[in-house]
Ligand binder design. Structure first.
Ligand SMILES: [Zn+2]
Length: 466
């Protein structure tokens, strides 16, 4: 009887595309219909309990015993790890990503290989979809995160113990700026750190793992505005990580040095010459502008009947606008300069972090129900300053180009408008769904004119405001 079930299960798994070396049977008990990777089968294994640190865990999809391994919904594990565990399911690649305390696991569904921190490891049981939930081999995941796993055969209970090593946190006592060294000084006994250099905005990030801020509610920010550094800020990034960020003014390199009870994060200025317009004889001003090319990367936005993509048009116009602004001496930052996709929340956060004066987002419109619809509109968050900026840009486009006037439109719920703290607008330049507009958006001269009109609108906005 048991043998038969094992064979049937093996056949089902093999025909459903997972190659599993079935070594054990499932103990016969109450039958249950499961859907494994899209195929039905009757599960006759025992009910499995999971205990994490002694506490029994409930699950809407019960764990199952397959190939002598407990398969459990991935969220059971991550939700019980504590703060900081994240799980992502990529539906396209069918890969489960789990990260916790600096460790990172990639588990492809139906593949007998996974990676732990980039290193490939063999699995005897692979991740699978059971009843629309991603199930992962519990022991493998728990052990990858250095937890102890036990199995009680008579009660069919998996027990997982999180290691209680939380006494050896390093404290981060104080963070300051040493002007002579041009370095952030981090008072900590920790010798471990990870650094990365990020762009848009340019910044250096230093993470100290297994560390706590001694004073998490105290000051967390130093404004420098000196040499290449704008600000130094820090936070308890997650339960176990202290993050220090140095916001740079332009490109710079860095170096970390460990002294007795501190880390020095040196910022080394990049000696390339200043960009045109910022060297004093241009129309120098202090305004900071974030130029956002809508969509990008995986998100193409709207498209014309013949395949012109909004993300490409937006980027073209945004780059041209950025150029005009830089040449006029504005400090500009682009949310993207290539075919990438920053999340909309990140675009807004970037502008907020920069303390930008205005946020200008470039889009092109679509109205598929009626291809006759055409023209330009400017969207703004319903605030006086945003409205004023929208009006200035709108008026300038009407004056210089004169498309169909669709006016300025308050939009309270668009992420990049809603979550930016400064005046923010979206310029919907023209309609990709209208053949005539789409032809304009393909035309370099039109895009130059559009960028120039938006630029003039911005200049008018600042001139009126000053
Ligand atoms: Zn758009």
């Amino acid at each position: 009887m048991q043998r038969k079930i094992a064979i049937i299960l093996a056949l089902l798994l093999i025909t459903s595309g997972i190659i599993l070396p079935i070594r054990s049977t499932m103990a016969a008990s109450s039958g249950k219909n499961l859907v494994v990777n899209g195929k039905n089968f009757r599960y006759n294994g025992p009910p499995i309990s999971i205990k994490i640190n002694g506490k029994t865990i409930d699950s809407d999809v019960p764990p199952v015993l397959i190939n002598n391994r407990t398969m459990a919904p991935v969220r059971i594990i991550t939700e019980n790890l504590g703060v900081g565990a994240t799980v992502k399911w990529d539906n396209t690649s069918k890969i489960v990503h789990i990260s916790w305390k600096g460790n990172y696991i990639k588990l492809p569904v139906g593949k007998s290989e996974a990676t732990i921190n980039g290193k490939t490891v063999k699995l005897d049981t692979n991740a699978m979809i059971v009843n629309n939930r991603t199930m992962v081999p519990l022991r493998f995941v728990a052990e990858a995160f250095s937890m102890r796993v036990g199995w009680n055969q008579s009660s069919h209970t998996v027990s997982i113990e999180k290691s209680q090593q939380h006494t050896d946190y390093d404290m981060v006592k104080h963070i300051s700026y040493d002007e002579n060294k041009n370095a952030a000084v981090i008072e900590t006994g920790s010798v471990r750190y990870n650094t990365s250099k990020l762009s848009y905005p340019d910044r250096i990030v230093l993470d100290i793992p297994d560390a706590l801020l001694e004073n998490p509610n105290g000051n967390n920010f130093i404004s420098i505005r000196n040499k290449n550094i704008k600000t130094i800020r820090w936070s308890q990034f997650d339960k176990n990580t202290v993050r220090i960020v140095v916001d740079l003014d332009g490109k710079a390199d860095y170096k970390v040095e460990k002294a007795a009870d501190r880390l020095y994060l040196y910022i080394i200025p990049d000696e390339t010459p200043d960009k045109p317009g910022s060297n004093g004889n241009g129309n120098s001003n202090n305004h900071v502008i974030v130029v956002d090319a809508g969509h990008g990367g995986k998100d193409p936005g709207a498209s014309s009947a013949d395949g012109l993509k909004e993300k490409d048009v937006n980027l073209d116009i945004a780059l041209k606008l950025n150029n005009l602004l830089q040449n006029a001496g504005y400090e500009t930052h682009m949310t993207r300069t290539n075919d990438s996709y920053p999340e909309n929340m990140d675009r807004a956060a970037m502008a907020n972090n920069l303390n930008a004066d205005i946020f200008v987002s470039i889009h092109s419109n679509a109205f598929t129900n009626n291809t006759a619809v055409n023209g330009t509109e400017v969207l703004y968050y319903p605030k006086e300053q945003s409205k004023e900026l929208a009006q200035c840009i709108h008026d300038s486009i009407m004056r210089e180009i004169g498309p169909t006037d669709r006016g300025i439109i308050p939009r309270p719920n668009l992420i990049v408008l809603k979550h930016t703290k400064m005046p923010a607008v979206i310029v919907e330049t023209a309609f990709l769904t209208n053949p005539n507009d789409a032809n304009k958006l393909r035309n370099k001269e039109f895009k130059n004119k559009m960028a120039k009109a938006i630029f003039d609108g911005i200049e008018n906005y600042f001139n009126e405001g000053d």
